[in-house]
Design a protein around this ligand. Structure first.
Ligand code: SF4
Length: 470
């Protein structure tokens, strides 16, 4: 039996060393190479080219990752990412001439609106002067050129890497000559970009936009998405609101510093009360009356909320923070907050301590909101899935006393008390994947009800469960 302990998020944060410290968790340097993180973010844009300043293999590593995990579902279906093809001789003589030549050729051949240069371990280690190379190439290129520092060996835990990447998008923006009244930017949409209107499975920004328009405001920009011109003019909005806090809060702070664009504090509204609060804060800021819209939405949802509440009150919600990656925090926390609203006792597990520390901004948001649930601490292998059976043993839970909420692409099979909440696999018609807003709340309550019914009527394990039994 594992030696588990459960601590409040605030207590764990106090005891975890700074996110760049290797003294207690040696060797942990964040999920994925930072280049992957930076390019996948950029892949949400259109009419752009990512120039990988490094060996072609770095570019292929990213290409492979994008094709299997991102391009199929969200953002640019095929982001061009030529490389400068740095070889052994180049790391002796320097690669900036190759970079200037590549930028010039990419501008000529692809004719994009924007080119971003992503450096890699080799070109960062030899200290290539990328900013000067970009300035030189910019003299003859039509596309706007920007630098995204992304060398893999500089990888920090995921949350910190994202903070450093997301603020770079403010560099692409221009100071506004005017502010457009009653317009709103949604910040922090990383994946889940809308590819078509009236989608069967809409994204989070569709639901947030529906709510914003429901109180009489207009959407100006959804970031990260669109082309260079779309991003450049983002500071013309009256206010920024935040979807994912990891991607959204640092960019909102940066835009306020740089362009004085104000932002609201609420983020990732999952559940009825957080959604009401998110929208009310925006309405108060813009002098709108949210009452009629919120009233009609809540009225429609109340019967289903009450049905779900009656079925799960007192049960434990076991919420996984990323089965293999152990990095997901804001989504599981938002889900936990919504489940607590349903009367469940929430427990989170499977989050590497350094990733919690690297997401102090997100943690601070939830703690300030008065939400500080228990998270699994103790003796278990990091970056290995935590066996759900061990959690059940530790808490002494039996079927009918809990629901298991997955948060990744490889959920653990169990007795059917499982609610699939991984963004890649969650498909509820008409509901956003991450479950924000009133439509997301409806889908959450529906799936919670289904999971309870399933777990109560199950006599035999599914084939999937049998195959994965350990
Ligand atoms: S870790 Fe370095 S060498 Fe490896 S793919 Fe990332 S940038 Fe390239």
């Amino acid at each position: 039996m594992k030696k588990f302990s459960w601590r409040k998020i605030s207590e764990m944060l106090e005891n975890i060393p700074a996110s760049d410290c290797e003294c207690r968790y040696p060797g942990y340097a964040g999920l994925w190479c930072r280049l992957i993180m930076a390019v996948t973010g950029y892949g949400m844009l259109r009419n752009t080219v990512a120039v990988i300043h490094g060996p072609t293999n770095c570019a292929w590593a990213v290409r492979n990752f994008c094709l299997t995990n991102y391009s199929l579902y969200c953002g640019n279906p095929f982001l061009h990412m030529p490389s400068t093809d740095i070889k052994q001789d180049d790391v002796i003589s320097g690669g900036t001439d190759k970079l200037i030549a590549t930028l010039t050729e990419v501008d000529r051949d692809y004719k994009p609106e924007h080119i971003a240069v992503f450096d890699t371990c080799s070109t960062a280690l030899i200290g290539d002067d990328i900013e000067t190379a970009i300035k030189t190439a910019q003299k003859t290129c039509n596309a706007r050129l920007d630098y995204m520092p992304s060398a893999g060996f500089t990888s920090l835990p995921l949350g910190k890497s994202i903070e450093e990447i997301t603020v770079k998008y403010a560099d692409m923006m221009e100071a506004p000559t005017e502010t457009i009244p009653d317009t709103v930017n949604i910040l922090g949409q990383y994946k889940e970009q809308k590819r078509c209107k009236n989608a069967k499975y809409p994204d989070d920004s569709s639901e947030l936009a529906r709510m914003i328009e429901g109180i009489g405001l207009k959407i100006h920009r959804v970031l990260l998405s669109g082309n260079y011109d779309y991003i450049k003019t983002a500071p013309q909005a009256s206010v920024n609101v935040i979807s994912c806090p990891t991607w959204g809060i640092p960019l909102a702070i940066k835009m306020k510093e740089k362009f004085k664009t104000p932002y609201t504090n609420q983020a990732i509204p999952v559940g009825i009360k957080p959604t009401e609060k998110w929208l009310t804060e925006l309405a108060n800021f813009t002098n709108k009356n949210p009452g009629p819209f919120i009233g009609q939405e809540v009225e429609k949802l109340t019967p289903m909320f009450e049905k779900a509440e009656n079925m799960v009150r007192g049960r434990v919600a076991l919420i996984e923070c990323g089965r293999n990656s152990q990095t997901a925090f804001a989504r599981p926390m938002a889900m936990a907050r919504a489940l607590e609203e349903l009367g469940m006792e929430v427990r989170l597990f499977g989050l590497h301590p350094m990733e919690l520390k690297a997401k102090e901004t997100d943690a601070g948001y939830f703690i300030n909101e008065g939400f500080d649930p228990l998270l699994l601490d103790g003796d278990y292998a990091y970056q290995q899935p935590v066996n759900i059976k061990h959690i059940l043993e530790d808490l002494g839970l039996k079927q009918g006393e809990y629901l298991y909420f997955t948060h990744d692409v490889f959920p653990a099979p169990n007795d059917g008390s499982r609610v699939e909440t991984g963004v890649h696999l969650r498909r509820v018609k008409g509901a956003p994947g991450r479950g924000v807003g009133f439509k997301g709340a409806k889908a959450l309550y529906e799936t919670v009800i289904e999971a309870v019914i399933m777990s109560e009527n199950r006599k035999f394990p599914t084939l999937y469960e049998l195959v994965h039994r350990r």
